[in-house]
Design a protein around this ligand. Structure first.
Ligand SMILES: Cc1cc2nc3c(=O)[nH]c(=O)nc-3n(C[C@H](O)[C@H](O)[C@H](O)COP(=O)(O)OP(=O)(O)OC[C@H]3O[C@@H](n4cnc5c(N)ncnc54)[C@H](O)[C@@H]3O)c2cc1C
Length: 381
């Protein structure tokens, strides 16, 4: 009997999982993937749109090509997840029953949680706002650009620091950098709590070399015209405010009984939820590592997706499970001027998480572009 595997979300994790499954199980098993979006675009592309090396309209890849690969793609909203009845509801399609469910619905952005931010600041993580942000930065002749990380956890912890260095580089090219101050404000006591104090201070040094200041312990309270106020009472003037807004779990997940608070707790090695045939991967999950949680990044969503796919393949084939998730990942920290640093992380290391950061080089910049190319080719082209 063929099995029916339903994957919710055709983002980083969902696409990696569907692709690996399709390559390894027979056509009698159906793989159905549901997403409200018609196109896929990697998160990191937003920074290339910001620095003008990419156009948004050239960066979206249609999800419709999944059908030709034998993955049934439903373009609509998931409205209900009923784990007790092994079914999900998809708008305009009705109920969809499953033998295995993989929840890969990512996060939602909640800029409205910061009073006064919407309409005054730019949301760096909203692709539609990035071209306008670029125009505004290029039009600024002098003044102050404030980059505020507005809460945690947020996707891709190094991204605000990458954005700061890339903005600096843009302003150098524009001939205005000397007249514009750049500062990053983080709510945490160190730059990257998920990567520990050493990498955090390396990152602060890295942005310091571009003349970018860093202020920790600054969680925004409210935004006024030209001024941001932090919970610690500090007030800072801005000419352009770039925000990384608070993130929240998708409502459909919160209403499903799978989440504990915002995110879905999973077994850190198998990615199973409390329901045996329901897995969750990527940004929608929370995997606690001591006081920390695994960061929200595509590389982890992808690694988890492959483990889940292998578990389902093994189970369908009647084999003993062959793999468990190892908590390892990496990312390229773009620094402008065709350079990128490289962070490697091992969260499940037995004596505690370990991290390294390599200095920016052109080699890592090229690898970052390969990172996108190879995945698009494998998943969608
Ligand atoms: C600026 C920036 C730079 C980044 N750089 C990197 C990087 O260099 N390396 C890296 O590893 N990661 C990076 N990331 C993070 C990465 O993009 C995310 O962590 C990754 O996409 C998470 O994958 P996911 O599958 O969990 O969720 P997503 O990729 O967000 O996919 C979730 C999908 O679910 C869909 N969805 C949600 N709710 C519903 C619903 N109710 N009905 C139907 N569909 C729904 C969404 O449309 C979406 O397509 C970056 C992110 C940003 C914003």
């Amino acid at each position: 009997m063929g099995k029916r595997i339903v994957i919710l979300g055709a983002g980083f994790g969902g696409l990696a999982c569907a692709t690996m499954l399709r390559k390894n199980i027979g056509q009698e098993h159906r793989i159905i993937i549901v997403d409200r979006k018609k196109e896929f675009m990697m998160g990191l592309v937003k920074l290339w749109v910001l620095n003008g090396t990419r156009k948004l309209e050239d960066s979206q890849t249609s999800l419709a090509s999944l059908n030709a690969k034998g993955i049934e793609y439903l373009n609509n909203e998931v409205t209900t997840i009923q784990v007790a009845k092994d079914r999900v509801e998809v708008k305009e399609h009705g109920w969809l029953e499953y033998d295995y469910l993989v929840v890969a619905l990512g996060t939602e952005l909640a800029p409205e949680r910061i009073e006064g931010f919407v309409g005054r600041g730019f949301n760096l993580y909203d692709p539609k706002q990035v071209p306008q942000l670029r125009e505004k930065l290029l039009a600024l002749k002098q003044g102050r650009v404030v980059i505020s990380i507005m809460g945690g956890p947020y996707k891709c912890p190094p991204a605000p620091y990458e954005a700061a260095m890339m903005i600096s580089d843009m302003l150098v090219g524009n001939g205005t950098r000397g007249a514009i101050e750049l500062e990053v404000f983080a709510p945490s006591p160190i730059a990257l709590p998920v990567a520990g104090p050493k990498v955090s201070s390396d990152v602060v040094d890295m942005i310091g070399r571009y003349g970018i200041r860093f202020s920790p312990n600054c969680k925004p309270k409210l935004v006024r015209d030209g001024e941001i106020e932090f919970e610690n009472g500090r007030r800072e003037r801005y000419d352009v405010l770039v925000g990384i807004p608070p993130h929240r779990g998708p409502d459909v997940v919160k209403n499903s009984g799978l989440a504990a608070g915002e995110w879905i707790p999973v077994d850190r090695q198998t990615l199973r939820t409390q329901f045996e045939n329901v897995f969750a991967i990527g940004d929608v999950t929370e995997i606690k590592i001591g006081q920390l949680a695994m960061p929200k990044a595509g590389i982890f969503a992808e690694g988890e997706a492959k483990v889940v796919a292998q578990e389902i393949i093994d189970e369908i084939s009647g084999r003993q499970p062959q793999v468990t998730y190892n908590g390892q990942g990496y990312c390229y920290v773009e620094a402008g001027n065709r350079m990128a640093g490289y962070v490697e992380a091992d969260f499940y290391n037995t004596s505690g998480p370990v991290f390294t950061l390599d200095a920016p080089s052109e080699k890592y910049f090229e690898k970052k572009h390969d990172f996108e190319r190879t995945r698009l080719r494998e998943w969608l082209l």
